[in-house]
Design a protein around this ligand. Structure first.
Ligand code: UD1
Ligand code: UDP
Length: 409
């Protein structure tokens, strides 16, 4: 059973759904929670990427975080109990993802998590809470990047259940570029902007600073506006700041139009997770209006700069990132993730390794901190599965090494 709920899930699950459809031995059931429901936030992606019609619509709609979680849990429980799938597949970090994953494990159906292991280490983000919950209870983790893969191992997840599969956003991007074709780039200077994180737009002063920052960069800013942001701009009466300025609000775009525009742009300003990945893959200088990111490799490779919601900082950092020589698209994420995910699921299913015995095993399989000694190194602390280890068995991270620690201590 594959769960879809919001814009990034439709895009980032595309390649897994396609690979599932190519395997006649797997029956896949698609469930749309209805967290996103406007045409341009949902149906447009099904049409553009030829995603098949969901088998179930839960029609949960918009509510506050808690109520939405409860609604998704209640409605998905009925479907999970009716269908009793062998595995529930979820993508990313949204409420739809977390609520269905939790319900699934409560119904004793194991969960596979696509885009596992991403961490911003910012517990004020609902998405970070969701990621931690989902990864804690998932039976199989599909990591999109080396960083996310190592995050999971460091957190002590069973290495036999953590797979570095590549990034499904790259799969979708490859398909998007194939569908767009090779239309020539326009020679126009503009920035493309997406800002929708609750932490930015639900806060009046932060949203105001961001808009002032966009005005200060003196470049046309094409801003496909997320419904959450639109609602706040109206509520805070910010249209007067935008009208007649370099900020051009447009409706949320289909994936192909958005990619096309991003390809043509000189600068990307965003707080979106997916847009950070895509911008780096397209070689675009990017400002991310956040204090942290779960995609740190985009920063290490020079494509992305984190900025505060501060007009002056946005202005100065835009200059800085635009002066960087970043014309080459980056190869930082691997494609083929969707196919690898399905191959792994099939192989585990054939070994009868998707079931509950294994689900229980992961819980007891968490490494424990243990003390060991040997002649050369003295005492060492390390993570092991069973509470003790020898140097040669040491598989996980050695945390501390006290050469002079006495045995009795
Ligand atoms: C959700 C995810 C976020 C993800 C984003 C993708 C959570 C906690 N957040 O945030 O991680 O980055 O989706 O875009 O799951 N609305 C509409 N039409 C729609 C959908 C929403 O008008 O089709 C409006 C409603 O007023 C709603 C608001 O947007 O209250 C926010 O929607 P919601 O799904 O709760 O959160 P997002 O901000 O979209
Ligand atoms: N996107 C889109 N149209 C838009 C803005 C974004 O198709 O107008 C795509 C974008 O290419 C990326 C995804 O939506 O693949 C990112 O979704 P979003 O920013 O809503 O969520 P996040 O990635 O932050 O969770």
């Amino acid at each position: 059973m594959v769960i879809l709920g919001t814009r990034p899930e439709f895009i980032k699950t595309w390649s897994t759904l396609k690979a599932l459809d190519n395997h006649s031995e797997i029956e896949s059931i698609v469930v749309h929670t209805g967290q996103h429901y406007d045409f341009e936030m949902s149906q447009v992606f099904f049409e553009e990427l030829s995603i098949r019609e969901p088998d179930y619509f839960l029609e949960v709609g918009s509510h506050d975080l808690t109520e939405q979680t409860i609604k998704i849990m209640g409605r998905s429980k009925k479907v999970i109990e009716e269908v009793k799938p062998d595995l529930l597949l979820v993508q990313g970090d949204t409420n739809s993802t977390m609520a269905t994953a939790l319900t699934s494990v409560q119904c004793r159906v194991p969960v596979g998590h696509i885009e596992a292991g991403c961490r911003s280490y910012d517990l004020s983000m609902p998405e970070e809470l969701n990621r931690i919950v989902i990864d804690s209870i998932s039976a199989i983790h599909f990591a999109p990047s080396e960083v996310s893969y190592h995050n999971l191992l460091r957190e002590g997840h069973n290495p036999n259940r953590v797979f570095l599969v590549g990034n499904t956003a790259k799969d979708a991007l490859d398909e998007g570029i194939r569908l767009i074709g090779n239309s020539p780039l326009k020679n126009e200077q503009f920035a493309i902007v997406t800002i929708h994180r609750a932490g930015n737009v639900d806060n009046r002063s932060r949203l105001l600073e961001i808009l002032q920052g966009l005005k200060s960069i003196q470049m046309r800013c094409i801003f496909p506006i997320h419904p959450r942001t639109k609602k706040r701009i109206n509520e805070f009466e910010f249209m007067d700041i935008i009208n007649g300025s370099n900020i051009e609000l447009v409706n949320p775009m289909g994936y192909l139009s958005f990619l096309r525009l991003m390809q043509d742009s000189q600068l990307v300003i965003t707080d979106s997770g997916g847009v950070q990945e895509e911008a780096a893959l397209l070689g675009k200088p990017t400002l991310t209006v956040r204090n942290n990111t779960e995609w740190p490799e985009t920063i290490w490779r020079g494509y992305n700069i984190l900025v505060s919601a501060d007009a002056n900082e946005i202005k100065s950092r835009a200059k800085e990132v635009l002066s960087r020589d970043l014309r080459e698209p980056d190869k930082l994420y691997q494609s083929g993730a969707g196919q690898r995910i399905v191959d792994i699921i099939l192989s585990m299913h054939r070994k009868n390794a998707l079931g509950f015995k294994q689900l229980d095993m992961i819980q007891t399989g968490y490494p424990q901190l243990a003390l060991s000694t040997d002649q050369k190194n003295g005492a060492m602390f390390g993570f092991t599965k069973n509470g003790s280890f020898t140097t040669s068995e040491m598989k996980y991270i050695v945390l501390l090494k006290y050469r002079k620690l006495k045995m009795e201590e």
